[in-house]
Design a protein around this ligand. Structure first.
Ligand code: ISE
Length: 359
């Protein structure tokens, strides 16, 4: 295959961002088909990259000029679209959430397991961020001893009013859910949410900030401050506290400037694009490289399902104030991850770019 021919479904902010990356920065791929609920938006994005618009998403997936599919439509549309990709046997990168409820997410898990082939990658891009990769490598090396706790901070400068407490759980906290599972290598078993005083920037009835506390299978604790209307910057930090030390990432320690008027400082990231733009590109390159071999190389359908299950418990925890147990169905036995060129994939780390990003 010379170029991987990709259909992008949904070209709102994230989808259009990916189309731009695929056209300008990613090797081995070409966007051939664009689909969006809004035809004019689809035409605009397609026109910029020389792609064709197909207005029915299922027809776009089945198009003969398509080898792989990137789904960036709203979560409610994902189940039908991901299942159509499995029916056609093409690799898919599905933006989070995998679906918006646990039952449909499990249907997808079962269908992929029945195929015996991993085709679905879920867009948890933080697993490709060099800082998270470095933290994972450090934890895996054992030099911090047993990682006992994670302290996470997830702050956005501003969000629209539809960003309720439930929405924050499914759309924002979902990243920390995946980060915790990635770094600690185990499932989350319960969620408890403390809703304190709300910022006056939050609409009536929305708790912002919140403190979300997760427990894991082995009894570790993950505390996540979610505050999406700080008015300041996009700040995502993670600190792991182990038996033999601690380590932090996300400190925005890029360019530090000291000036003759006695001031010092740097620049904080205004949005997730500046903080995680490179991670998105690494994710995309890794997916393209694997998809050209008919495989995936990154968080899979089980990771997507687990995140939906934890967030479902999280939403109940927001509403009830109780500590809610995470309910998950058993993990089906499926085929092992497909080898790429005879090499077994090491999650998130096999593409040349990611090797280069390694500390
Ligand atoms: C958004 O959907 C994201 O995925 C960002 O990473 C997250 O920080 C933000 O809060 C979400 O709205």
């Amino acid at each position: 295959m010379t170029q991987l021919r990709i259909a992008v479904l949904g070209v709102g902010m994230m989808g259009a961002f990916h189309v731009d990356a695929l056209a300008k920065r990613i090797r081995g791929a070409q966007v051939t088909v664009i689909n969006d609920f809004f035809a004019d938006k689809a035409e605009e994005v397609a026109g910029a990259v020389g792609a064709r618009v197909v207005l029915d998403p299922i027809a776009a997936i089945r198009d003969p000029d398509v080898d792989a599919v990137l789904i960036a439509t709203p979560g409610k549309a994902h189940e039908e679209q991901v299942l159509a990709c499995l029916d056609r046997g093409v690799p898919v990168l599905c933006e989070k959430p995998l679906t918006t409820d646990i039952t449909s997410a499990y249907r997808i898990v079962q269908k992929e397991a029945a195929l015996g082939r991993q085709l679905i990658q879920v867009g948890f891009m933080r697993r490709f961020d060099p800082e998270y990769v470095a933290l994972k490598t450090l934890i895996s090396s054992g030099s911090l001893g047993n990682p006992l706790m994670l302290h996470c901070t997830h702050r956005n400068p501003a969000v629209p009013d539809f960003f309720t407490s439930d929405f924050a759980m499914r759309d924002a906290v979902v990243h920390e859910v995946d980060v915790a599972r990635f770094l600690l290598d185990e499932e989350i078993t319960s969620v408890h949410v403390l809703k304190g005083a709300a910022t006056k920037a939050a609409p009536e009835g929305t708790s912002d900030p919140m403190l979300v506390v997760f427990e894991t299978e082995s009894g570790r604790i993950v505390a996540d401050e979610i505050f999406v209307r700080t008015g300041v910057a996009y700040e995502v930090r993670t600190e792991v506290v182990g038996e033999q030390g601690s380590a932090s990432i996300g400190l925005d320690q890029n360019l530090q400037v000291k000036t003759t008027d006695g001031r010092w400082g740097g620049t904080i990231t205004p949005s997730f694009v500046e903080r995680f733009g490179a991670a998105y590109d690494l994710e995309l390159q890794s997916w393209v490289d694997a998809a050209r071999e008919g495989a995936i190389n990154g968080p899979g359908v089980w990771d997507g399902y687990a995140a939906v299950a934890v967030c479902e418990a999280g939403v109940e925890a927001v509403r009830t104030g109780a500590k809610v147990a995470v309910a998950m169905d058993p993990r089906p036995v499926s085929g092992a991850p497909a080898a790429i060129n005879g090499v077994e994939p090491e999650p998130g780390l096999t593409s040349p770019d990611l090797m280069a990003a390694r500390p």
